[in-house]
Design a binder for this molecule. Structure first.
Ligand SMILES: [Zn+2]
Length: 243
């Protein structure tokens, strides 16, 4: 968008920072610069042993890169970014979050990122896709792709919908997912480094399902996980089931 048009649009339709509510100025895309500076970054992409690998690593399953942009808490003002991306019909927010996170990882020269061959968004069942109009995980992957040039694949496929996870206990969540995700055209992924992309990791049950399907049905040479948010394990582990 040219400068004049951008300024005129900003004057008539001020874009607001989803975190603090201030008006965004030119150059601020997802949130204002001070909120972006204060983002509670996990920096997990710099630590191969982190809380995501702890959630997802199983015997025989190793992650090359386990990355989440920010610590996610429902009570944090930063939760608005994920909420808008998911529920407010704002796919561009998800895409921009993916792009900004990927740019930060590129600046950190994360070797495992450069090794990834294809980004695979966690799939959404078609009934939900029909209601929402977009899959936020695919939008995040498209943002990562815009920054890195890594292509986005559609090989992960949701066999059925899963009930919303928000009000479930850990045990219920683990039971609720599993065997939902399957791999389309697995031969395409033979020998590739695949990265599964999701919006938020909580227990890791959904991502574990995707990784399990990939390992069982395709033969990738390496697997990684990239998310925008990671719920700290102390926020879900001891939550009573009616919370
Ligand atoms: Zn702000």
């Amino acid at each position: 968008m040219n400068y004049l048009l951008g300024s005129v649009l900003d004057a008539f339709f001020p874009r607001l920072c989803p975190v603090c509510g201030c008006s965004l100025v030119r150059g601020e895309t997802l949130m204002c610069l001070s909120c972006l500076a204060a983002l509670p970054r996990t920096r997990m992409h710099l630590r191969p042993d982190n809380s995501i690998t702890a959630r997802l690593t199983r015997p025989g399953l190793r992650l090359e890169l386990a990355a989440a942009w920010m610590d996610y808490s429902r009570h944090s003002p930063y939760a608005a970014v994920i909420r808008d991306a998911k529920y407010a019909g704002m796919p561009h927010i998800a895409r921009e979050a993916g792009r900004l996170f990927a740019r930060e990882m590129l600046a950190d020269a994360v070797p495992a990122l450069a090794d990834i061959d294809v980004l695979l968004p966690v799939p959404m069942h078609w009934t939900r896709l029909l209601r929402r109009g977009y899959n936020q995980s695919r939008e995040i992957a498209l943002g990562i792709s815009a920054a890195t040039g890594i292509p986005v694949g559609d090989n992960l496929h949701a066999l059925r919908g899963h009930a919303t996870q928000t009000r479930r206990s850990v045990e219920e969540r683990m039971r609720n997912v599993g065997g939902i995700i399957a791999v389309r055209r697995p031969a395409e992924l033979l020998g590739l480094h695949v990265a599964v992309v999701d919006d938020v990791i909580t227990t890791g049950a959904t991502l574990a399902d995707a990784l399990h399907a990939l390992r069982a049905q395709a033969q990738p040479r390496a697997m990684s996980v990239i998310t925008i948010g990671a719920v700290r394990s102390d926020e879900w582990m001891f939550k009573p089931s009616n919370a």
